[in-house]
Design a protein around this ligand. Structure first.
Ligand SMILES: NC(=O)c1ccc[n+]([C@@H]2O[C@H](COP(=O)([O-])OP(=O)(O)OC[C@H]3O[C@@H](n4cnc5c(N)ncnc54)[C@H](OP(=O)(O)O)[C@@H]3O)[C@@H](O)[C@H]2O)c1
Length: 238
């Protein structure tokens, strides 16, 4: 059965969000693709899928903006089956270590990368609850958010926001425990070539988006499996 899907952070044609949008559209699903500024690539895709693709403007760092987008979506769909919280941020200092790192960059990064996805979940929850076959929420995290596996001396902002996102995911997993129609996971998606110049990254966004789409399919109603997983579906240490 075709689904109605919302994906955040979808404006960059070479990045993961945009390629997930493509894969769900190709699968015949209806997609709400969210951006914070206009995207020519997404506008071009809209011409290909005028009936299936809906572009919403939403800054996930702002409760007002997320709530306004949710109101807009309510006028366009009766329900949502899947939310993929893909949007994220990192400051210009992200590769710096403590002495050079401006610590005032951490709170804004956490606001977008960790609170942002939960803002989206909270605002769109009424639509998720109306999913006829039950809804899944996927928070795109990172191995960089694992405290157990942490080896870096940088990523003070990015690592913190992803660790916070993991905690929020597990807390919501507990909250949804007795609701058979709501499931949530977070995932380390692997090292993806989302910067075209970075040829070291092995995973190609368009190919990898399909691997992830299938993985999410397999975990849709599975509330007993691991909550923080790799792109191969294995448990990843918190
Ligand atoms: N690439 C990898 O190897 C890798 C590895 C591990 C985890 N991940 C995770 O996978 C996801 C996708 O990665 P990516 O490399 O494709 O990401 P990306 O290229 O950095 O794209 C992030 C997206 O988030 C959007 N965004 C940033 N701040 C926002 C805000 N306040 N409101 C709404 N949207 C906002 C950006 O919008 P603009 O285009 O307007 O800036 C952009 O479209 C991320 O969650 C990332 O942490 C990626």
């Amino acid at each position: 059965m075709n689904k109605t899907v919302l994906i955040t952070g979808t404006g960059r044609p070479y990045a993961l969000g945009f390629n997930l949008v493509r894969r769900y559209l190709e699968d015949g699903d209806k997609v709400f693709a969210t951006i914070r500024r206009p995207s020519e690539a997404l506008e071009a895709l809209k011409k290909e899928y005028p009936e299936k693709l809906f572009i919403l403007t939403m800054d996930i760092g702002s409760t007002e903006s997320v709530n306004a987008a949710a109101e807009e979506a309510k006028a366009l769909t009766s329900h949502l089956d899947l939310i993929i919280n893909n949007a994220t941020t990192a400051s210009a200092d992200t590769m710096k270590e403590l002495p050079e790192f401006d610590l005032d960059q951490i709170a804004p990064a956490v606001n977008i990368g960790a609170v942002g996805p939960v803002r989206v979940i909270k605002a769109f929850l009424p639509l998720l609850k109306k999913s006829p076959e039950g809804a899944l929420i996927v928070n795109i995290s990172s191995e960089a958010g694992s405290i157990g596996k942490c080896y870096r001396t940088f990523y003070l902002d990015y690592g913190t926001e992803k660790a916070a996102l993991n905690m929020l995911t597990m807390t919501l997993h507990n909250y949804f425990k007795d609701d058979p129609n709501l499931n949530i996971i977070c995932i380390h998606p692997g090292w993806i070539r989302t910067n075209p110049g970075n040829t070291e990254a092995p995973l190609i966004p368009y190919e990898h988006a399909e691997t992830l789409r299938r993985l999410f399919e397999s975990r849709w109603h599975d509330k007993e499996g691991p909550v923080f997983i790799t792109y191969e579906g294995e448990a990843y240490p918190w």
